[in-house]
Design a protein around this ligand. Structure first.
Ligand SMILES: [Zn+2]
Length: 368
């Protein structure tokens, strides 16, 4: 058993969150996943959009012949920017890919993936507090007002950076109490949950990823499981749309973060979820309503296995379940969510017990 201060199981999540991967440029995350999960899959492929599709075939007989296909959708992109313009003084202007609240973008370090990786400083155009008027201070800037300072003249900047290069926030992932805090827990935690559920079902060690001797602890699954690290979720569920079309699953399970607004300034009725109270089983959000039968199955299973869980209704926002559900002639779909505070900031924070509950519930369901 892991000790209370033992975060080794989360080392892979730390790596995933500290690696950049904006929508359309997920290649570093894809490589990281492939390197980490060697030996876990029967087949892997990358489709035209960049989705990483990994198949683990059923190892147990399923009732009624052919094994059913289950697709796990764990989007691997993170909100970020593309360089849109380089001005005459070498400052970079940005186009966002995904939804930022600009109030969280002041005074940040960013990583520019140019010819080489360069770190810069992100700030909105305008005067500091010493010089600005009250009206100037009250204005909330738009993305187009922000710029990246690389502290180099234009000529030098242009040797390193071009329009179209990716830009991400820089943030070290930290363990704080029982929580893990950093950038893009949305949605690298889902990659971590999906892979660890597979490891649990197939008796691979949760820290090293290695198969245990003689398959000890492997219960296997009656399902053909397609783990999909999908691309471009943050710009409109784009990768999951094509992945679901090709996988043609019988059941789609999206794993994602959800809001935990159990914090000052938000009423209890609007908290959506609370951290530390278990994995969230989604009733609905603005992109999908979970298949009722699946929802009831997951709730019953969580109760039976005594896995901490909560029910979730998210008034605005969606997950890949919205795309999978509407693929081809329609798919039974649901979302399991990890409650996360400060979503879409560089301080996204979740409780490790909730992440573990997500692994346990998903693994129990996949075991059939
Ligand atoms: Zn997400």
């Amino acid at each position: 058993m892991a000790k209370n201060n033992d975060f080794r199981e989360f080392e892979f999540l730390r790596q995933l969150t500290e690696t950049p991967g904006i929508p359309g440029r997920e290649e570093r995350i894809r490589e990281l996943i492939l390197a980490e999960t060697k030996g876990l899959w029967d087949e892997t492929r990358v489709d035209a959009m960049g989705n990483l599709i990994c198949l683990k075939r059923a190892t147990r007989k399923s009732r009624g012949g052919q094994p059913k296909k289950v697709m796990l959708a764990c989007h691997m992109d993170e909100i970020g920017f593309y360089v849109r313009f380089i001005d005459e003084n070498g400052f970079l202007r940005l186009q966002n890919a995904g939804g930022f609240d600009t109030r969280n973008l002041f005074a940040r370090n960013v990583l520019v993936q140019g010819k080489e990786d360069v770190v810069g400083v992100l700030n909105p155009a305008g005067k500091p507090i010493h010089l600005s008027t009250p009206e100037e201070r009250n204005k909330i800037p738009e993305i187009k007002d922000f710029y990246v300072d690389l502290f180099m003249p234009k000529k030098q900047v242009e040797k390193l950076v071009e329009v179209g290069d990716p830009v991400t926030l820089v943030q070290q992932t930290r363990m704080i109490g029982d929580c893990i805090s950093g950038k893009c827990m949305d949605n690298r935690v889902a990659v971590w949950v999906g892979i660890n559920a597979l490891r649990q079902v197939y008796g691979h060690d949760l820290i090293t990823g290695e198969a245990k001797a003689r398959g000890r602890g492997a219960v296997g699954s009656p399902y053909d499981i397609y783990f999909v690290a999908s691309v471009q979720e943050e710009v409109g569920l784009r990768g999951a749309t094509t992945a679901a079309y090709s996988v043609e699953p019988d059941v789609g399970i999206a794993i994602d973060t959800t809001l935990a607004c159990d914090t000052p300034g938000v009423g209890k009725d609007e908290a959506v979820t609370e951290i530390g109270k278990g994995v969230a089983i989604k009733v609905m959000d603005s992109a999908s309503i979970s298949h009722r039968g699946l929802f009831e199955e997951f709730v019953a299973l969580a109760k039976k296995k005594r896995i901490a869980h909560q029910r979730e209704i998210l008034p605005r926002g969606g997950t890949d379940a919205g795309a999978v559900q509407r693929a081809r002639a329609g798919t039974k779909a649901i979302t399991l969510s990890i409650p996360t505070r400060y979503v879409h900031t560089a301080t996204e924070s979740l409780n490790r017990k909730d992440a573990k509950a997500g692994v346990d519930l998903l693994a129990a369901w996949l075991a059939g």
